[in-house]
Design a protein around this ligand. Structure first.
Ligand code: CP
Length: 306
C-alpha cells in the first residue's frame, strides 16, 4: 500500500505514467466511469479549500466511487481534541483512500503512518502540495508539449507557497529547466529548497525582486498569492500583499507564447483583465487537477483499467 505525501515519492516514470493516464481519461472518460465502483474516498479537510477538495470529490464520482468526509476541523472530533493519528485509524475503518489537507506541516505523514489505507497529502501548511504539482505538470505538458527545456519564473510568496516548493522539486527531475525566483526579500524561497533541490540537481537559478526586469526571459510565469494565513503579523501581510500585480501593461514585454499559471485562489496578483488572454492558463490548471487526481486515485488503489 502506498500513500503520496511528497511529490518526490513518485519517480519520473511514474509522473509520466500519471500524465499518460490523465490524458487517456480526457480522451476516453467512459472507459473510467465505473473504475472505482464500490470504493470510497474520505475527504478530510482541516483547512479551507475550493479546488483541491471539490476536484478530489469530482474525481472519485467520475470514477464511479463515493465520497465521505468533512470540510472543516470544527465539524470533526478534532474540535474535541482527537489526534490526527486516531482520526486516520478511525477513517481507515470506513473508506478506501484518504485525501487530507491540514494547516500543520507533516500532519498527512502522521496520518499515513497510522492509517491502513492510502493517504494523499492535499496540502500541509506551508510545506508541500503534491497534487497541485500533478495539475501543474499536466498543464505544462499540454501547453508546452513537454516537461523539459524551459525557463520558469516563480513570483510572489515563495516562502510559504507550498505549490512552488512541490513544483520545483518535481521539475528537478526534468532536463534543461532554468528557474527565476521573483519575490520580496521576506518571502524568498527557503534555503533548504535551494540547497537540497536546485543546487543539488545543478538547476540554474537567479533571484530578483523585479518582475519587469525578467518577464521577457520567461516561457512560464507561475504567480502566487501572498499566504495571509501563514503570517504571524497582519501588518507584514498588508505591506507585502500587493508586491506583484500582473496587468496587461506588465505583459507588454512578455513572450507571445508565455504560459501564465497560478494555483489559485487569486486575490490581487493577476488582474482579471488578463483572464481572456490566450496565455492565461490558471483555469486550465483547475480542470487538469481533476484528471490528475483521478489518475492518482487509480494508481494508489491499484485499479487497472483496460
Ligand atoms: N490550489 C489550491 O490548493 O486551491 P484550494 O485551496 O482552493 O484547494
Amino acid at each position: 500500500m502506498r500513500s503520496l505525501i511528497d511529490i518526490l515519492e513518485l519517480s519520473t516514470t511514474e509522473l509520466d505514467e500519471l500524465i499518460a493516464t490523465a490524458e487517456d481519461i480526457i480522451k476516453n472518460p467512459a472507459k473510467y466511469s465505473e473504475a472505482c465502483k464500490g470504493k470510497k474516498l474520505a475527504s478530510l479537510f482541516f483547512e479551507p479549500s475550493t479546488r483541491t477538495r471539490l476536484s478530489f470529490e469530482a474525481a472519485m464520482y467520475e470514477l464511479g466511487g463515493n465520497v465521505l468526509g468533512f470540510s472543516e476541523a470544527a465539524s470533526s472530533s478534532t474540535a474535541k481534541g482527537e489526534s490526527v493519528a486516531d482520526t486516520a485509524k478511525t477513517v481507515s475503518c470506513y473508506a478506501d483512500i484518504i485525501a487530507m489537507r491540514h494547516p500543520k506541516e507533516g500532519a498527512p505523514l502522521v496520518a499515513a503512518m497510522n492509517s491502513s489505507i492510502p493517504v494523499i497529502n492535499a496540502g500541509d501548511g506551508g510545506h508541500n502540495h503534491p497534487t497541485q504539482t500533478l495539475a501543474d505538470l499536466l498543464t505544462i505538458k499540454r501547453e508546452k508539449g513537454g516537461l523539459s527545456g524551459f525557463t520558469i519564473g516563480f513570483c510572489g510568496d515563495l516562502k510559504f507557497g507550498r505549490t512552488v516548493h512541490s513544483l520545483i522539486a518535481a521539475l528537478s527531475r526534468y532536463a534543461g529547466i532554468k528557474v527565476v525566483l521573483i519575490s520580496p526579500e521576506e518571502l524568498k524561497l527557503p534555503s533548504y529548497i535551494k540547497k537540497d533541490i536546485l543546487k543539488k540537481n545543478n538547476i540554474p537559478y537567479t533571484q530578483t525582486e523585479n518582475l519587469d526586469e525578467v518577464i521577457g526571459d520567461l516561457d512560464i510565469l507561475y504567480m502566487t498569492r501572498v499566504q495571509r494565513e501563514r503570517f504571524f503579523n497582519e501588518a507584514d501581510y498588508v505591506r507585502l500583499k500587493d508586491s506583484y500585480i500582473l496587468t496587461p501593461k506588465k505583459l507588454e514585454n512578455a513572450k507571445a507564447d508565455l504560459t501564465i499559471m497560478h494555483p489559485l485562489p487569486r486575490v490581487n496578483e493577476i488582474s482579471v483583465a488578463i483572464d481572456n488572454d490566450p496565455r492565461a492558463c490558471y483555469f486550465k490548471q483547475v480542470l487538469n487537477g481533476k484528471y490528475m487526481r483521478m489518475a492518482l486515485i487509480l494508481k494508489l488503489l491499484e485499479v487497472d483499467v483496460k
